[in-house]
Design a protein around this ligand. Structure first.
Ligand SMILES: C[S@@+](CC[C@H](N)C(=O)[O-])C[C@H]1O[C@@H](n2cnc3c(N)ncnc32)[C@H](O)[C@@H]1O
Length: 226
């Protein structure tokens, strides 16, 4: 079973998402266990202070290092410790696969202006970003990582679903999907998908996946040629 720890100032953000759909079902099936801990519980002063003003001056508050270190210490074995950060390396499918093969993963969520750099330097084993934009906190980023990992766990998806046909699984974007009705507002389902000819359908899907990847993601396409 995979244990995913999350250290956050806002545990309530995770309550809904971890209970429903694939993430909730995976926990019910015993494939994953979530432990969401409140950063403030690892402070020692009366006000439960987690932040302070930055050395050198400037606007905004910086999350202090001690609560993060003590929270992680309290979790025991933690596996890879990921600090969600806009200055991190871009999280990708390969990272999701790697984490899904492990038995533990720990996600540290920042907030406010920044997190004291010593968390990145002395506690996290990697710093990951979910994209070239800035979120208000690491919580949505942690949910992205967590979701991408959990859906890869064997048994997390139902029989009718499969991660192997999804974008990025094999380095390609996935082909388009259609369902009934066959025509809607003048937009028709490609005839081939209604032909019942499975070999032709598979060939069409592969050709579409390749076309879309070539057109939209030349970077991925180039990697396939390597
Ligand atoms: C307002 S942001 C801090 C941004 C930081 N001052 C910077 O410019 O890189 C607060 C927290 O949100 C999270 N965060 C923001 N953008 C992110 C991204 N693209 N990927 C992952 N985490 C992000 C990080 O945990 C960060 O500490």
């Amino acid at each position: 079973m995979l244990t995913i720890n999350v250290v956050t100032l806002f545990p309530e953000v995770f309550e809904g998402p971890l209970r429903v759909s694939i993430l909730g079902r995976a926990a019910e099936r015993g494939l994953v266990r979530y432990r969401v801990v409140q950063l403030r519980d690892y402070t020692h002063d009366r006000h439960k202070t987690v932040d302070d003003s930055p050395y050198g001056g400037g606007a905004g508050m910086v999350l202090k290092p001690e609560p993060f270190f003590e929270a992680v210490d309290s979790l025991g074995a933690v596996g890879p410790v990921v600090l969600l950060s806009a200055r991190g390396r871009r999280f990708g499918h390969d990272d999701a696969v790697r984490f899904s093969l492990g038995s533990r993963l720990t996600l540290l969520c920042g907030h406010y202006k920044d997190v004291d750099q010593r968390v990145a330097d002395g506690l996290a084993t990697e710093e990951l970003s979910v994209g070239d934009f800035v979120l208000s906190g690491g919580e949505p980023a942690a949910l992205c990582v967590l979701d991408a990992v959990v859906r890869l766990l064997p048994g997390a998806l139902g029989d009718h679903e499969s991660a192997s046909g999804d974008s990025h699984y094999d380095g390609l974007l996935s082909p388009p999907s259609y369902t009934r009705p066959p025509e809607y507002r003048g937009l028709a389902v490609p005839e081939i998908l209604r032909s019942g000819d499975h070999a032709r359908i598979e060939a069409w899907r592969l050709a579409e996946a390749e076309r879309l990847t070539r057109e939209r993601r030349p970077d991925l396409w180039a990697k396939r040629d390597d």
